[in-house]
Design a protein around this ligand. Structure first.
Ligand SMILES: *[C@@H]1O[C@H](CO)[C@@H](O)[C@H](O)[C@H]1NC(C)=O
Ligand SMILES: *[C@@H]1O[C@H](CO)[C@@H](O)[C@H](O)[C@H]1NC(C)=O
Length: 230
């Protein structure tokens, strides 16, 4: 869900300048370039500074949230949390939509990815309303593959291996393709609000800069047959 925030912020920055960066219609798209970190050197300085200032932008957008209310609701058994997480991935496609089941999370859950860490379910949710429409507009054919999603032996954490892919509705036809692992650490399954996720930690299968620079890498749409589909 965190790359969701990054993408939405990047798109909100790119969208107003689209008329200026849109290539002429006659221009032949550049051949796809391999996703290596060496691409970073050929990327323009404004784009690099965009990416490097992402974290501060996301933090700026995140207004300080009120202190978390006490967790409510009966304790959730680990099996229910596991099923809920699975549904967030494969039914709600939360990696692309941000649409999580909030009842699975403790109000002061800490969310961390390779570039960003913040605490508070409310903070995530308050950004959501503003950012969601952007992704609805720019993300096409989103897919989430859930390779595995399992409880640890002690039932105190869930680990999920996933891949998220989508084309982005931008003139230079970029696509996002990211593998990752998320570890969800759970509260003890007793008492009011028990069993919920208290720590969310994402690791990505490539460098953070490389992952985000996919948004400016041209010609990555996943196949001609999809191009007429929208
Ligand atoms: C929030 O987290 C702290 C530890 O980081 C914990 O002591 C506290 O009980 C938590 N509050 C809620 C509402 O879960
Ligand atoms: C993600 O993992 C799959 C399966 O291992 C692999 O085929 C694919 O190339 C990987 N994608 C990226 C972007 O690393």
């Amino acid at each position: 869900m965190l790359i969701f925030l990054h993408l939405a912020v990047l798109l909100s920055l790119l969208a107003p300048s689209l008329p200026f960066i849109q290539p002429p219609a006659s221009r032949i798209p550049r051949p796809p370039s391999p996703l290596r970190s060496s691409d970073y050197d050929t990327t323009s300085a404004p784009v690099r500074s965009l990416v490097s200032s992402l974290t501060s932008l996301v933090n700026a957008l995140s207004r300080p949230s009120p202190p978390p209310p006490p967790s409510t609701g009966p304790p959730l058994p680990p099996s229910a949390v596991l099923e809920g997480i699975r549904a967030d991935y494969v039914e709600r496609l939360y990696l692309w939509t941000g649409d999580i089941d909030p009842d699975l999370y403790s109000p002061n859950c800490t969310f961390t990815d390779p570039t960003l860490s913040f605490t508070g379910l409310a903070k995530f949710q308050s950004n959501l309303a503003n950012l969601q429409p952007l992704l609805e507009r720019f993300v096409k054919d989103p897919e989430v593959d859930l390779y595995s999603c399992e409880l640890s032996e002690d039932s105190r954490s869930v680990a999920a291996d996933w891949r998220m892919r989508a084309d982005l509705n931008l003139p230079w036809r970029p696509a996002i393709d990211l593998n990752g692992t998320t570890t969800f650490r759970l509260l003890p399954p007793q008492g009011e609000g028990g069993g919920r996720i208290e720590d969310y930690r994402e690791r990505w299968g490539m460098g953070a800069g490389e992952a985000l620079l996919q948004i400016v890498t041209p010609g990555k749409w996943r196949g001609v047959e999809r191009e007429g589909a929208e």
